[in-house]
Write a protein that binds this ligand. Structure first.
Ligand code: BGC
Length: 910
C-alpha cells in the first residue's frame, strides 16, 4: 500500500516537475511583426517571432507550432481556428510568416507558440499574445475628409472640429481610426486621446498618409459625449526648407478623417464619422509652423456646447494688439459646418512604424536671469522636444514667449543665429487672472538645449518649464561602456543625436530651417542605429518613403519624403536606397524589407548603370551640366577629396548589394548579372582612378572608399591601408575625412593592422576629432569638426548624426560583435582590444535574446565574458598575439577561432 502510495506520489512530483520544466521552457517575448504596432495593423501576411526562454547551454529550437485563434477562449482550449501551423521542423523563431485564414478588418487575433528543443522535447505553450487589424478595405471607411472651407494661408490657420454624440448603452469596445493633413490631435470629453505625437507622421503626402488606431473605450461614458479634433500644419503645410520654409505640400485648409466605431454589448456597431454634421472653427492655436513656433491664445478656447453656440469669448487686447496681430476676427471665429474634401486619390494606410512619443522629461540643471525678466533654462542636454509650461497665476492677456536654442551668447541669452531663418519661438497668451494655467504645443518640436523665457508672470522655477524629449519611440537594445571616459562621452553624444533625429523620418538635424530626410546622413548612420535601438520598422518605413518618392526613370531624391531638393540624388546619398534596407536585413533578418524594396533598389542601380556617364566612361559619375560639380562628395571634410570617383565607388557598392539581395530573394539571374557588373565597374574604377599606388586625390577618403567597397585588388590592400595610416600619422594622428569616409576610417585601420592607431584617432581630443567636440561642450554630434570656430550663421548645426557613425567601430571592433547570418542567427564575437584600453562592456538585445561581450585587462591577463543567446551560434575570434595562450572555462584552446553554442562563457588570455 505504502509502496503504491509512494509510487503515485513520486509520479505526481515528477509530472509536476516536468510541467514546471516545460513551463520554464515555454517561449517568451512574443512579437507581432516589428513589435511596435499591434493595434490597428494593416499587414495581411504578418510575421511572428518569439524567443526561447531556456538558459541551458546549447539551447536550440528544432520545431515549433503556432496557434492563432479568433478568441482568447478558443486559444485557451488550444483551438487554432484561424491558423494551426502544426508541428514545423525548423529552427526559425524570428519573422515566421503567418499562413492562416485571410485576416479581417477590426478583428483581434490571439496567438501562442510552443517549441521543441534540441533534445526534441516539447515546451509548454507560451503566454498568449494578440494583434488587432485596422481597416483593411477602402470600403471600411465611411468617414469624409473634412475641414474649414476657405482657411488657407502660408501657413493656414489651425482649426478645431467638434462632434457631440450619445453613447446609448454598455460598450464592449470603441476604436478611433483617424488621420489628418497636416497634423491632428484628438480629445474625447476633454481628454487627450492616446499618447502619440505629431500624428499622422511624415510621408509623401501627395501619395500616402498613415492612419492611427486608438482604443477609446475608457474615455467614453453612457449619455452625451464629445470628440474634438485639433488640426495643425505639421510637415504638410507649415513650410519646409531654408530661407523661411517656403516649400509646402499644401496651403490648406487643414483636413481630418476620423471614424469612431462603437461596439455595444448586444453586438451592434455604430459609427461616428467625420462629415458635414461636425462643427468647425478656428482653434486657439493662432499660428503654428515646425520651424518658427506655435502660438496659443488660451482666451480663444471654446466654451460651452454646440447647443448653446459653442461660443468663443472674443478678445481684443488693444493694449498689446495681440489678437489683431495673430488672431481671428469675431466673425471668423464662429463655428461653422464642416466642409468635405475629395481625397480619393490619396492612399490611407495603417501606420507602419512606431509613433513619436515623449520618452523622457527633464528639468533644467540651471536657471539664470541674464537680463531682467529674461530667464534662461539650461536642460544640460541638446535634444529634440517640446516644453511644458505651468503658470501658477495667470495674468489675463499676458504673453509668455519661449525662445529655443542650442547655444548661448556670451551674455547668457540664447543664440539662435545657427537656426538660420527658423524663429523657434513658442508663445502662450494667458486666459485667466490668477488661475493656474498649463500648456504645451501640439504641432511641432524644437532642437534645443536652452530656452529663454520672457513675459512669465513672476519668476519661473525649474518645475514650471519642463523639457519633454520626443522622438520615434523605439526600444533601446544596445548598451556600451568602457574605461575611457572620452569614448563614453562620444557614445552618449551619438546616442542622443539619434534620438534627436528620428522623428517619423531620419532627419539631418532637429533645429534649423531644414530637418529633412537627407539620405547620405541616413545611410552613414544606419548600422550604428541598428546597434542602439530596435529600429527595424523605422528603417522599413523610410525605405518606403524613398520608394514612394522615386522618379519613374529610377532616380531617387537626396531628401525623402521628397521635398525641397530636386533630383537626381547624389552619389553616397542615393545609395541609401540599397544600404538602408540591406543593413536592416543584416541586423534584424527582415527579408521582407528586401522583397518590398527590391524593385526600387534595382531601379536606382539601373539608373546609374544606364546613365550617360556610365555609357561614356564605363563608370558612373554625377555632374552638373557644366561638368564642374560632381556631387556633395565626402561632405564637410578637413581635407577635400575629389568628388567624381565617389559616384563610381558607390556604383560598385550598390551593384554588389543588389546582387546580394537578389541572392537572398532567389533571383539568380539578377544575382549573377549585378555581381558581374560590380566586378566590371571595379576594374574600371582602378583603370580610372588608381595611379602610383594611390587613389586620385591621395587623401584618406580617396583611399578609404575603394578599400571599403572591395575595389582595391587583394595584393594592394595592405599598401592602400598603409597610405591611409601614413596620412593619419602625417596629420599627427588625426583624421581629415568628411562624414562619408569618417564611418570607414577606424574600421579600415583596425582591419589592416593599425588598431592602436585607430584607437588614438578615436580618443583624440584635439581638432579635428570626435573627442574635440566632446571636450568643447558638445552633448550631441556637431555637423562640422570645427562647429565651435565656424561662424554661427549658415550651416552649423550641433546635432547632426552623420559623424556619430564612429560608434559602429565601438560595437564591431572594441566589443567585436556583428551579425554573420542576418538577424544574429549566427554572429561573430571578435573584440580587438587596443593596448591602452582597460575594459569594454557591451550588451545587445537581439531578436534571439541577449548577446554579451565584455572584456577586461586584469593582472596581466585579458578576461573575456561572452553570452550567446538560445537558438543562435557564435564564432569567437580571439585577439591572440604571438606567444599568447587562451583558456575557455579552464580548457586550453588550440586555435584563436572557436564556435560557441548558446550559453555564457569566460575566456582568459595570457
Ligand atoms: C545637410 C546635410 C546633408 C547635406 C547635403 C546639408 O544641409 O544638413 O547633412 O547631407 O546638406 O550635402
Amino acid at each position: 500500500m505504502l509502496k503504491r502510495f509512494l509510487h503515485t506520489w513520486l509520479c505526481l512530483v515528477l509530472v509536476g516537475l516536468l510541467s514546471q520544466v516545460q513551463a520554464q521552457q515555454a517561449p517568451h517575448k512574443l512579437r507581432y511583426e516589428y513589435g511596435d504596432i499591434r493595434l490597428g495593423t494593416g499587414v495581411r501576411k504578418p510575421r511572428l517571432s518569439w524567443q526561447l526562454a531556456s538558459t541551458q547551454a546549447g539551447a536550440r529550437q528544432t520545431a515549433y507550432q503556432i496557434l492563432v485563434a479568433s478568441s482568447a477562449e478558443a486559444l485557451a482550449k488550444n483551438q487554432g481556428d484561424v491558423w494551426d501551423s502544426g508541428k514545423i521542423n525548423a529552427s526559425q523563431s524570428v519573422y515566421v510568416d503567418y499562413q492562416g485564414k485571410n485576416l479581417e478588418s477590426r478583428q483581434r487575433y490571439f496567438w501562442k507558440v510552443k517549441i521543441w528543443d534540441e533534445k526534441g522535447k516539447a515546451s509548454g505553450w507560451s503566454k498568449p499574445d494578440w494583434w488587432e487589424m485596422g481597416l483593411l478595405a477602402k470600403d471600411d471607411w465611411k468617414a469624409d475628409w473634412i475641414g474649414m472651407a476657405g482657411v488657407v494661408g502660408e501657413p493656414p490657420r489651425s482649426t478645431q472640429g467638434r462632434k457631440e454624440f450619445p453613447v446609448r448603452g454598455k460598450l464592449v469596445k470603441a476604436r478611433v481610426y483617424a488621420t489628418g493633413l497636416g497634423d491632428y490631435a484628438l480629445q474625447i470629453n476633454g481628454q487627450r486621446v492616446g499618447d502619440m505625437l505629431l500624428t499622422p507622421g511624415w510621408t509623401d503626402y501627395l501619395k500616402k498618409v498613415y492612419y492611427q488606431t486608438y482604443d477609446v473605450t475608457e474615455l467614453l461614458k453612457e449619455g452625451n459625449n464629445q470628440i474634438d479634433a485639433f488640426l495643425g500644419n505639421g510637415w504638410w503645410s507649415g513650410g519646409l526648407g531654408w530661407g523661411g520654409g517656403f516649400h509646402r505640400y499644401s496651403q490648406g485648409p487643414l483636413r481630418l478623417l476620423c471614424q469612431l466605431e462603437l461596439t455595444y454589448t448586444d453586438g451592434t456597431r455604430e459609427l461616428i464619422t467625420s462629415n458635414t454634421s461636425w462643427k468647425i472653427r478656428l482653434s486657439p492655436v493662432i499660428y503654428d509652423s515646425m520651424y518658427h513656433g506655435e502660438h496659443y491664445d488660451a482666451r480663444q478656447e471654446a466654451k460651452g456646447t454646440e447647443a448653446d453656440g459653442w461660443v468663443t469669448p472674443v478678445v481684443l487686447n488693444t493694449a498689446k494688439n495681440q489678437t489683431t496681430l495673430f488672431g481671428p476676427t469675431a466673425d471668423a471665429n464662429a463655428n461653422e459646418q464642416a466642409a468635405t474634401f475629395d481625397m480619393s486619390t490619396l492612399q490611407v494606410v495603417a501606420q507602419e512604424a512606431p509613433p513619436i512619443r515623449v520618452t523622457e522629461t527633464r528639468k533644467a540643471v540651471k536657471v539664470t536671469e541674464p537680463k531682467p525678466g529674461h530667464f534662461v533654462f539650461d536642460f544640460g542636454q541638446n535634444m529634440a522636444g517640446i516644453v511644458h509650461l505651468s503658470i501658477p497665476k495667470g495674468v489675463y492677456g499676458q504673453e509668455v514667449a519661449l525662445h529655443f536654442a542650442e547655444l548661448l551668447h556670451d551674455d547668457g541669452t540664447v543664440a539662435q543665429e545657427n537656426l538660420r531663418s527658423a524663429k523657434s519661438t513658442d508663445r502662450y497668451i494667458c486666459k485667466s487672472n490668477g488661475g493656474k494655467e498649463e500648456w504645451e504645443p501640439m504641432f511641432l518640436y524644437h532642437g534645443f538645449r536652452y530656452v529663454e523665457v520672457i513675459g512669465f508672470p513672476g519668476k519661473p522655477t525649474a518645475d514650471q518649464i519642463v523639457a519633454k524629449v520626443i522622438h520615434t519611440d523605439f526600444e533601446p537594445i544596445g548598451e556600451f561602456s568602457t574605461s575611457e571616459d572620452i569614448l563614453n562621452k562620444i557614445y552618449s553624444n551619438a546616442r542622443w543625436t539619434l534620438k534627436s533625429n528620428a522623428l517619423s523620418i531620419p532627419t539631418d538635424c532637429p533645429q534649423r530651417d531644414e530637418r529633412l530626410g537627407w539620405m547620405g546622413d541616413a545611410q552613414i548612420f544606419v548600422a550604428s542605429s541598428c546597434y542602439l535601438m530596435d529600429i527595424n520598422s523605422f528603417w522599413a518605413k523610410y525605405s518606403r518613403d524613398i520608394a514612394d518618392s522615386q522618379h519613374p526613370s529610377g532616380y531617387v531624391y537626396d531628401v525623402n519624403p521628397k521635398m525641397v531638393v530636386g533630383g537626381p540624388s547624389k552619389p553616397a546619398w542615393g545609395d541609401a536606397t540599397l544600404i538602408v534596407p540591406w543593413t536592416s536585413y543584416e541586423f534584424f533578418g527582415d527579408k521582407r524589407i528586401l522583397e518590398t524594396n527590391y524593385a526600387s533598389m534595382k531601379a536606382w542601380v539601373e539608373y546609374m548603370n544606364q546613365h550617360a556617364s556610365t555609357k561614356k566612361t564605363g563608370l558612373y559619375y554625377f555632374s552638373d551640366p557644366s561638368e564642374q560639380w560632381f556631387g556633395y562628395g565626402d561632405w564637410v571634410p578637413v581635407v577635400a577629396s575629389p568628388s567624381k570617383p565617389i559616384g563610381g565607388a558607390y556604383q560598385v557598392y550598390s551593384n554588389t548589394l543588389l546582387a546580394k539581395a537578389a541572392t537572398v530573394l532567389g533571383k539568380t539571374e539578377d544575382a549573377t548579372k549585378y555581381a558581374a557588373l560590380a566586378k566590371q565597374y571595379t576594374s574600371k574604377y582602378n583603370d580610372l582612378y588608381f595611379k602610383d599606388n594611390n587613389y586620385e586625390g591621395k587623401t584618406q577618403a580617396a583611399n578609404l572608399m575603394p578599400l571599403t567597397f572591395g575595389i582595391v585588388p587583394e595584393n594592394l590592400r595592405a599598401r592602400i591601408a598603409q597610405n591611409i595610416a601614413d596620412d593619419v600619422k602625417a596629420h599627427d594622428n588625426h583624421l581629415t575625412t568628411g562624414f562619408i569616409a569618417s564611418q570607414q576610417i577606424l574600421p579600415r585601420l583596425s582591419d589592416y593592422g593599425y588598431n592602436d592607431l585607430a584607437y588614438q584617432v578615436a580618443t583624440q581630443k584635439t581638432y579635428p576629432s570626435w573627442g574635440y567636440m566632446a571636450e568643447n561642450g558638445a552633448t550631441t554630434m556637431w555637423e562640422l569638426w570645427n562647429s565651435d570656430k565656424e561662424k554661427p550663421e549658415g550651416m552649423n548645426s550641433r546635432n547632426h548624426f552623420a559623424y556619430g557613425s564612429v560608434i559602429e567601430w565601438y560595437f564591431r571592433y572594441l566589443a567585436g560583435v556583428e551579425p554573420i547570418d542576418p538577424g544574429f542567427k549566427t554572429f561573430r564575437i571578435a573584440p580587438k582590444p587596443p593596448k591602452d584600453l582597460n575594459w569594454v562592456k557591451f550588451s545587445y538585445q537581439s531578436l534571439y535574446g541577449p548577446i554579451v561581450s565584455n572584456w577586461e585587462r586584469k593582472n596581466g591577463k585579458l578576461q573575456l565574458n561572452v553570452t550567446v543567446p538560445p537558438n543562435t551560434q557564435a564564432e569567437l575570434v580571439l585577439p591572440l598575439t604571438v606567444g599568447q595562450t587562451a583558456t575557455l572555462a579552464g580548457k586550453k584552446l588550440k586555435t584563436n577561432t572557436t564556435t560557441l553554442v548558446p550559453g555564457s562563457y569566460r575566456v582568459e588570455i595570457q
